[in-house]
Design a protein around this ligand. Structure first.
Ligand code: URA
Length: 240
């Protein structure tokens, strides 16, 4: 059994909050009976109608996309820029990105229509490793690496322990490529962490989300997660 507004939200009718309004305003029937109270619980066999239209629960979908550069991590954009769901062809379900990568960041992003799964992976309580490859200006020294690893202050909050290692440096161009593994998912976190230690990020790619990597995917390509991968992600988040 689940709350009526949750069943409606899961079916893609509207957000939970808006579904509550629809219930209270008398748009919703359960098994032919008008329901205007918010406490109502429904099971899979109950027939729910909104304005006379029966709703059905979407099959949960879990997708990994290699986000290209210059794409918004959203389902739509008021200025018509490309968004991540534009790349997912042939999927009817109302999927949306789990968390965000910046417009100019490339790499692994997950999409789903399963709100509980999305919450599980983005909630600050659950620590999931995210591995980034950053090309930054200057030569990153061990002092900067240690600071990144031990935590830097961003807007009055300290980042948790991270792992940082230099992959390569280019003395002519004065740039470094650094692999940084973090646990939180704050806005612009990697860029802000490098800024805190005096390096500007020129290029950023997320190459890993927990145990998932991009494999042979190319920018713009995607694949379904396997049931095993979905279960493993849930387990990792919950065991933490
Ligand atoms: N950190 C950033 O700065 N940008 C991203 O897109 C992801 C993490």
């Amino acid at each position: 059994m689940e709350r009526l507004q949750k069943a409606m939200a899961n079916a893609g009718v509207a957000s939970r909050r808006k579904s509550e309004d629809l219930i209270v305003d008398g748009h919703v029937k359960v098994n032919g009976e008008l329901v205007t109270e918010l406490g109502t619980k429904v099971s899979k066999t109950d027939v729910i109608e909104v304005d006379g239209v029966p709703i059905y629960k979407e099959e949960p979908k879990y997708i990994m996309l290699y986000k290209p550069k210059n794409v918004i991590s959203a389902v739509s954009d008021p200025t018509d820029r490309q968004v991540v769901v534009d790349f997912i062809h042939g999927v009817e379900e109302r999927i949306y990105p789990i968390g965000r990568l910046d417009f100019d960041t490339t790499g692994l992003i997950l999409l789903t229509n399963d709100g509980d799964f999305a919450n599980l992976l983005t909630h600050p309580r659950y620590n999931i490793d995210k591995v980034y490859i950053a090309t930054v200006n200057g030569i990153v020294d061990t002092k900067a690496l240690t600071k990144l690893e031990q935590g830097v202050m961003i807007d009055g909050k300290k980042t948790s322990k991270a792992r940082a290692k230099v992959i390569s440096t280019n003395k002519d161009k004065k740039t470094s490529v650094v692999q940084l593994t973090i646990h939180e998912g704050w806005n612009h976190q990697v860029k802000n962490m490098f800024e805190a230690v005096g390096h500007e990020v020129y290029r950023l790619k997320r190459e890993r989300f927990s145990f998932l990597d991009l494999g042979t995917l190319q920018p713009g390509e995607w694949r379904d997660l396997t049931a095993f991968e979905v279960d493993k992600l849930k387990k990792i988040a919950l065991d933490d």
